[in-house]
Design a protein around this ligand. Structure first.
Ligand code: NAD
Ligand code: GLY
Length: 352
């Protein structure tokens, strides 16, 4: 088992990464939270695969467990599931001593984390990621949210978990496309911070997955340690995300987040090359890496429908949007641009 310690202004916590951690989840959790009541929050797919294992481990360590399960998929990451979960915690007589365990991918983690932050103004929270995307990204750093009609992740909170337990055995049941979606985020880390991750993520991965997760989580925790609330340095983690969120919204959330991030990274890199902010070689490497995982370098949606959605993105201020521009593989810059310039980046990035 490898461990990363995350040090933020609001909380310090551990991320454990390794094989078979579900079996020791109860004991590992007891090291940081009291063995009181535990609500396992999960989705309909993960429930059938891993909920019993987590439940058994928690019970064995003295937790009293209840379970809340909702239909798998981004469409469940909404206000109505959130309210159902909050009512479930109240009806189960949860107190501030008790804990929410998010067992699943980023959808479960984001939703359960927001509920944990709101219920009684904050109860204990453990992330148990079961997708590659959640392992390398969403389970770490404390961003929690639901989607609103107006856009992606528009209602949320910064709420760090007390512990992250990443059992890499769970990744063995992931469909290939879901694994690929997580790899899009690994490619993101390579482009923004560590070019050697691009070599590491080139298939076949053999037995490098735990190490890749560890390296991504280390990058993210270092960044979150400097800028927990996304006011500066952390924004580089949003590389590709402004246009990705627009693609997700335009598709009514049928395009998965990781796949949309892949396209968003291709769009912004293509535009950056055309604006001479980044060299051609960088674009070739990005497109090559996406092709290893059949991740889409382009989208069916047009400039005007995407741009309308970009305007509701959280990363905008009154009249500016922050874009993350790749310069070389391993280094990105944040630039603040007007809406007109952002539209220009989008147009250039969509053209071949
Ligand atoms: P997801 O949670 O929808 O999981 C993808 C699919 O895989 C689901 O159908 C799920 O049931 C299934 N699944 C999960 N684990 C499985 C397993 N081990 N075996 C088989 N199937 C399994 O999607 P995701 O890609 O994990 O996460 C995407 C979400 O994460 C988006 O809502 C995105 O906005 C959010 N996100 C949040 C952050 C953050 O910092 N909070 C960062 C990145 C993404
Ligand atoms: N996924 C972007 C962030 O956590 O800041």
């Amino acid at each position: 088992m490898k461990t990363v310690v995350v040090n933020t202004t609001s909380k310090t916590y551990k991320i454990h990464i390794g094989h078979g951690l579900l079996e020791s989840a109860g004991d590992l959790s007891k090291e940081v939270i009291k063995a009181s009541k535990a609500a396992i929050v999960t989705d309909s797919t993960v429930n059938l695969l891993y909920a019993d294992k987590l439940d058994a481990s928690l019970k064995e360590s003295g937790f009293k467990t209840v379970k809340f399960c909702f239909p798998a998929g981004e469409k469940s990451k909404n206000a109505s599931t959130l309210i159902e979960l909050l009512n479930f915690l109240a009806e189960s007589h949860f107190s501030r001593e008790d804990a929410v365990f998010a067992l699943g991918g980023g959808v479960v983690g984001d939703l359960a984390g927001l509920a944990a932050s709101m219920y009684m103004r904050g109860i204990r929270f453990v992330q148990v990621p079961t997708t590659m995307l959640a392992a390398v990204d969403s389970s770490v750093g404390g961003k929690t949210a639901i989607d609103l009609e107006a856009g992606k992740n528009l209602a949320g909170a910064f709420y760090q978990p007390d512990l992250v337990l990443c059992d890499t055995n769970t990744l063995s049941t992931l469909p290939e496309t879901e694994f690929a979606n997580g790899c899009a985020e690994v490619i993101k880390y390579a482009i923004i911070r560590d070019s050697s991750l691009l070599t590491a993520i080139k298939p076949p991965l053999e037995n490098r997955i735990d190490d890749i997760i560890y390296r991504c989580v280390k990058i993210k925790s270092d960044i979150v340690g400097i800028d927990e609330r996304d006011t500066g340095e952390r924004q580089i983690l949003n590389f590709g995300h402004t246009f990705a969120h627009a693609i997700e919204k335009c598709s009514a959330y049928t395009v998965p987040h990781g796949s949309a991030v892949a396209t968003g990274m291709a769009i912004i890199t293509r535009a950056s090359v055309k604006k001479k902010l980044c060299d051609e070689n960088c674009l070739t490497k990005v497109l090559d890496a996406l092709s290893w995982y059949d991740l889409p370098p382009s989208t069916l949606y047009g400039e005007s429908e995407l741009f309308e959605t970009v305007l509701s993105d959280k990363k905008r201020s009154a009249d500016k949007i922050t874009l993350i521009i790749p310069q070389t593989i391993g280094h990105c810059e944040r630039i603040s641009v007007s809406f007109v310039e952002a539209g220009d980046f989008l147009r250039l990035g969509l053209e071949d």
